[in-house]
Design a protein around this ligand. Structure first.
Ligand SMILES: [Zn+2]
Length: 327
């Protein structure tokens, strides 16, 4: 290495150090709803946020409506490989200071966790008793890797969350003090027609949680997708059950913005700003992190304190996290 090269590398190093110090770290954000998925050729394609502003009539004799669409100026790119997904996602998470509660494919989840243990809180998904025995489930939750149970999505199986076949699993989570995320509400447009014939809109009713909650008084749950669009039942359920939280995942980047804000505003107006968790339902579009954060940042009916509660403080309280770990 020439002297000039040494000098140059020292300068670069110095500048690198300086600029790192100059850029203040963004306040931390906890995304409670992320899916670690293996790339699937049947589930890919770019995405226009808020694409459900137009749900045109379809015909049962024609192909089912697409899950998403890419007919906009600047659609979010789907990752083209598992490696690319991990690299961009973790870069974005670092830049935006996001910590993610993630569930899904065990291998992908372990890869993410090994690459960024401070950014990933592993969650164990189970939606029916055939996926795992109760003993294996308890073992997985006791060995230290998994800290959360979710996404539990009995609705896609045509089942109520109070179905007794899931009861022992909730009992394990209750006994171990593991928080549980349960899918309730929307699955997108035409979910039944696309690939989930057992899905039932009516099985997303928040009131269906009540029997299960009554059987497990110490269980801590959050209702994923905030039971969208069943706001009245959601508010009534939260009023009656003081430990129930909600997340905003999925609907904050798919339905029309006005509709999203009306729903979120209603939850806040009803007094629940301390029980709303930020979440994306991130799947294969890493830039969705920014899109979804923007929705909360631009909500002019929320105070700065309420935004920080939704982004961070509520999740710290709900998951019993040590906030100083993230500062
Ligand atoms: Zn869901």
């Amino acid at each position: 290495m020439t002297r000039f090269a040494v000098l140059l590398s020292l300068l670069v190093l110095q500048n690198g150090t300086l600029s790192a110090q100059d850029t203040p770290k963004r306040p931390p954000i906890i995304d409670v709803h992320v899916h670690a998925m293996k790339l699937n050729p049947n589930f890919t394609g770019d995405l226009c946020p808020w694409f459900l502003k137009d749900m045109p009539g379809a015909d049962p004799n024609e192909p089912a409506p697409p899950f998403a669409n890419a007919n906009c100026v600047d659609p979010l790119k789907a990752a083209t490989s598992d490696e690319e997904m991990q690299r961009i996602l973790l870069e974005k998470a670092e830049a935006l200071n996001v910590i993610m509660v993630a569930s899904g494919d065990a291998e992908i989840l372990h890869n993410w966790y090994n690459a960024a243990p401070d950014r990933i809180i592993p969650s164990l998904a189970i939606s029916n008793a055939e996926e795992m025995t109760i003993a294996a489930f308890e073992d997985s939750l006791s060995n230290g890797f998994y800290k959360v149970m979710g996404e539990v999505a009995p609705q896609y199986q045509g089942m109520s969350p109070s179905d007794l076949s899931l009861d022992a699993y909730f009992g394990v989570a209750e006994k171990l003090g593991i928080p549980v995320g349960i899918h309730m509400g929307t699955g997108g447009n035409g979910m039944i027609n696309i690939n989930n014939p057992k899905y039932r809109a009516s099985l997303g009713r928040p009131f269906l949680l009540e029997d299960m909650l009554a059987r497990h008084p110490k269980l801590k749950i959050w209702v994923m997708h905030a039971g969208y669009p069943m706001i009245d039942e959601m508010i009534a359920l939260m009023g009656a059950n003081a430990y129930v939280y909600v997340d905003l995942a999925g609907f904050i980047w798919s339905y029309p913005l006005e509709e999203i804000h009306a729903y979120l505003k209603r939850l806040v107006q009803a007094g629940f700003s301390k029980r709303i968790l930020y979440g994306t339902d991130l799947m294969i579009w890493p830039k969705l992190l920014e899109t979804s954060i923007g929705v909360i940042e631009s909500a002019n009916y929320l105070s700065e304190d309420q935004k920080r509660d939704i982004f961070f403080n509520n999740a710290v309280r709900f998951f019993n996290l040590d906030a100083s770990r993230f500062e």
